[in-house]
Every structure is written in structure tokens, then in C-alpha cells.
Design a protein around this ligand. Structure first.
Ligand code: ZN
Length: 458
């Protein structure tokens, strides 16, 4: 009901009524069906249903996904709101109210969209959610991250069935557009008044599969710097040797960047660092040459040449020295070079602190997570920096602790790859892990998170 309303209302009305639609419905989930909703078969079937909804960019079927999730939320008697910060891009917010609303809440975050897939390169269709003889469920989104979104719901179902009552309120968010940057989803949500009123104390977002038995948890992520360097120089005859041509100067820079890239990569190869801990640099484009009807003019040295690089910078890196390196070695004015950033994310939150979620005793949420995973029979590897970007950055930017975690052990990393799959036993195990985490978080008594540098000042 509420999403239909949001869909029809123009945005200017929506901006006033943005949270007007909410529903609280109680129903007995076990009354309408003969198969127990908590049976493994029913749990897997619900996961398949969510996976079968085509939410691939660039034309995700968001309303179908929200419809399905709302039907689940109603069976679980969760309060719901559908919010559209941008028309056509619904964000679903569910609430399980805690008995002490003064305590900061728990936010279980997930995104509903998935990346596109080349259907003909999959052994099973990416929206079939086919289960093979080994119990592997094939679907786009099975790892990134429809698994997590449904596991949250299933964990809530399990906890409710056990009679558990949370102390802190628990919110579940199903957001749009993560795969295209999250600007119309998580970014607007994290900056909204709606979000501020939730009084969130900690956020859980996605992590990565782990090929071994240890789960992985992420406390920060690398920031993308999209660098474009440009060389200019006098054009000249292709047969003449002279200094300061645009091509020659750009090549010197590329060589210097390539050496830097190798030095970072060597640290990974030597086992000294992992992906998220080094600065990665990859050339994204090379633009040079004077076009001719048959290709390029061959006897002319062009006056301009440009190259673009996707650089990923860990929050632990001294970004000033990296920028100095760019200005002095990679694009020096002395070689007639200039540079600009197509994108350059900040490593700091809005209070000027590094966007790093603490993993020591100053952050009880980390220790609670570790204990909860262990108590549920899982193992956790050492904290990691996420090598790419997730929506967690928008919550860290608000000064909140955010932990990236997707319970997928013994699973190859297949996000964005062909034949993405998750084994059903791993999926079911993950639900138990979340039950343990949610219980630990929502039962935590200490009033933490309230005294972080005050939101009221801003
Ligand atoms: Zn994702």
C-alpha cells in the first residue's frame, strides 16, 4: 500500500510526507501454511524468491523487491516505511521496536540492487536461483547482497519465534542504488532527518565471502581517487627527436606510476599486506594521437596526451604525501603536465576524524560481534579494510561505527562475477550467526553512541 502511494505522489509532496506511510500489522505467520515457515525448505524458498526478482542495474525492479520484502515484514509484524529520496528509488525501512527507546538503535543495512550479468556466460540463469546437487544456489545477488538482507529477516523471524524481546530498537534497511554509488540511496538516507531521528548507534553492512573457514569483517574501506593526468607539448614531425613532447612526458609519468604500482603489489605478493592495505593503481584509459580516416596520423607527434587512473587509497595512507607524489612525480609542471581528479573521496568523516571503525576496546560493538560469532560456532579472521567501496562509508561519514560483514565462509569470492552462488548450508549457518549478533547487540545495556561529538551542533 504505502509504496504505491509513494510511487504516485510527486516528489514535492513526498518531501513533506516522506515518512508518512507506515504500517503495523500483526498476523500469525504459522497459520496460513502447512509447511512451517521456519523449516529449512521454507527459508531457502524465500531466499530464492528474493533472488528471482530482477533488480539488476541499470533498470532494477525495485517495487517488486519492496513488495516482496514488505510481505515478509508484515508476517513478522515489523513496522515499515517506504521512503523515496528520489522518485522511483524506494528505500524500505523496517523496525522492531526495543523496550528501551532511549538507547541508540541497531541498523541492519542492505541494498536491493545487483550488478548486471551476462546471462549466456552462466551455467544457470542469474535470476533462476537454481540449486544444484551440491546445494549451491546460483543467482546474481546470492553473495552481493540479497543473502544478507534476507538473513537479517530470517534471524528476526527466529528470534521472534524464540520469544526474544530486544532492549534496543532494531532497524532493517533495504536501499537502492548501491551498485551505482549509493547517492540516491544510502547517501541521502544517512544525511536525512529520518535517519537522525532513528538514533542509530551501530551499522552492519556488507562484507566479502571468505574462501577459508574464517568469516571476514571490515572496519574501513579504501577511498577512490580517479586521477587524470595530461601532458602538453609542441607538436612536431614524426621523424624528429626533440625534448618535451606530450607523448614522451606522459610516458615518463606512466613509467613512474607503473613502478609505484609494482611496489604496492609486491607487498601483497610478499604476504606483508592484504588488498585493502595498499594503494592500488590501475590505468583506466589512455587518450592520445591525431585521428585520421584510417586510424591515426602516423608522422605527427601530438600536442596533447592524457591518461586516467583508478587509484584506491586506504584510510591509513598519508594522503598528503600521495598527492605530493602526484604533483611532483606523476604530473610535474616542469614536464608541462597537469592533473585533476574526476573523483576524490575524503578519508575523513564530517567531524574531521578518519573514517575508521575502531576494532579495539574503545568500540564495544566490535568485541560483541566477535563474541557473538564465536558463540554461534563461527570463526572470524583479523579485521580488514574493504578493498572497494560500500555504502558503509556514508554511515562512517556521520561518525558512526559501521562494520562490513557477510557470513559466507568456505565460499569463493564471486561478487560481480559470472556464476555467483552461495551454498544453502552456508546461508542457513549465516542466519544463526546473525541471530547471535542481533541478540548480543540489541541486548547490550551500556548507553554508548550517545556522546559522540554532538549531532546537534551541525
Ligand atoms: Zn553489495
Amino acid at each position: 500500500m504505502e509504496f504505491t502511494m509513494s510511487k504516485i505522489l510527486p516528489f514535492y509532496i513526498l518531501s513533506f510526507l516522506i515518512v508518512v506511510s507506515s504500517s503495523i500489522e500483526a498476523s500469525d505467520p504459522s497459520s496460513s501454511t502447512t509447511t512451517s515457515p521456519s523449516s529449512a525448505a521454507a527459508i531457502i524458498s524465500r531466499f530464492q524468491q528474493y533472488l528471482q526478482i530482477n533488480t539488476a542495474q541499470p533498470t532494477p525492479q525495485y517495487y517488486e523487491a519492496i513488495d516482496f520484502l514488505l510481505s515478509q515484514a508484515k508476517l513478522l509484524s515489523l513496522e515499515s516505511q517506504t521512503i523515496e529520496f528520489v522518485p522511483g528509488k524506494p528505500l524500505l525501512l523496517l523496525k522492531w521496536p526495543g523496550s528501551n527507546p532511549n538507547l541508540p538503535a541497531i541498523l541492519l543495512y542492505s541494498h536491493t540492487d545487483v550488478v548486471p550479468s551476462e546471462h549466456n556466460k552462466w551455467i544457470h540463469h542469474p535470476f533462476s536461483a537454481h540449486i544444484d546437487d551440491n546445494g549451491n544456489i546460483y543467482a546474481r545477488g546470492s553473495q552481493d547482497m540479497k543473502c544478507v538482507g534476507m538473513q537479517y529477516l530470517e534471524a528476526v523471524r527466529g528470534l521472534k519465534a524464540s520469544g526474544y524481546q530486544p532492549l534496543r530498537s532494531i532497524y532493517l534497511t533495504f536501499a537502492p542504488d548501491e551498485e551505482i554509488g549509493g547517492h540516491d540511496g544510502a547517501e541521502k538516507f544517512a544525511e536525512s532527518e529520518v535517519f537522525e531521528k532513528l538514533n542509530v548507534g551501530v551499522v552492519l553492512d556488507e562484507g566479502l565471502a571468505s574462501p577459508d573457514e574464517n568469516y571476514r569483517a571490515f572496519y574501513a574501506e579504501r577511498t577512490p581517487w580517479w586521477l587524470i593526468i595530461k601532458a602538453t607539448g609542441a607538436p612536431g614531425h614524426g621523424a624528429k627527436l626533440y625534448d618535451n613532447t606530450a607523448m614522451e612526458n606522459l610516458l615518463k609519468s606512466i613509467e613512474s606510476i607503473r613502478r609505484f604500482r609494482a611496489s604496492q603489489f609486491d607487498m601483497i605478493k610478499a604476504g606483508l599486506k592484504v588488498d585493502g592495505e595498499v594503494v592500488s593503481v590501475n590505468m583506466a584509459f589512455l587518450k592520445a594521437g591525431t585521428p585520421s580516416p584510417t586510424g591515426f596520423v602516423m608522422n605527427l607527434q601530438p600536442s596533447e596526451a592524457e591518461a586516467g587512473f583508478d587509484i584506491r587509497v586506504p584510510p591509513t595512507t598519508d594522503s598528503e604525501s600521495l598527492e605530493k607524489r602526484i604533483a611532483e612525480e606523476w604530473a610535474p609542471a616542469s614536464r608541462n603536465m597537469t592533473f585533476r581528479f574526476k573523483q576524490k573521496g575524503s578519508a575523513n568523516d564530517k567531524f574531521g576524524n578518519r573514517m575508521i571503525t575502531k576494532t579495539d576496546s574503545s568500540n564495544p560493538w566490535w568485541a560483541l560481534l566477535e563474541d557473538a560469532i564465536r558463540n554461534a560456532g563461527g570463526k572470524l579472521g583479523k579485521p580488514e579494510i574493504f578493498p572497494a567501496s560500500t555504502d558503509a562509508r556514508y554511515f562512517r561519514r556521520q561518525g558512526l561505527p559501521a562494520i562490513g560483514f557477510s557470513p559466507m565462509a568456505n565460499t569463493p569470492i564471486l561478487l560481480h562475477d559470472h556464476n555467483e552462488f552461495l551454498n544453502q548450508d552456508e546461508y542457513l549457518k549465516g542466519i544463526e550467526i546473525y541471530e547471535s549478533i542481533i541478540k548480543a547487540y540489541a541486548s547490550y545495556m551500556e548507553n554508548i553512541g550517545e556522546n559522540r561529538e554532538s549531532k546537534d551542533e551541525l
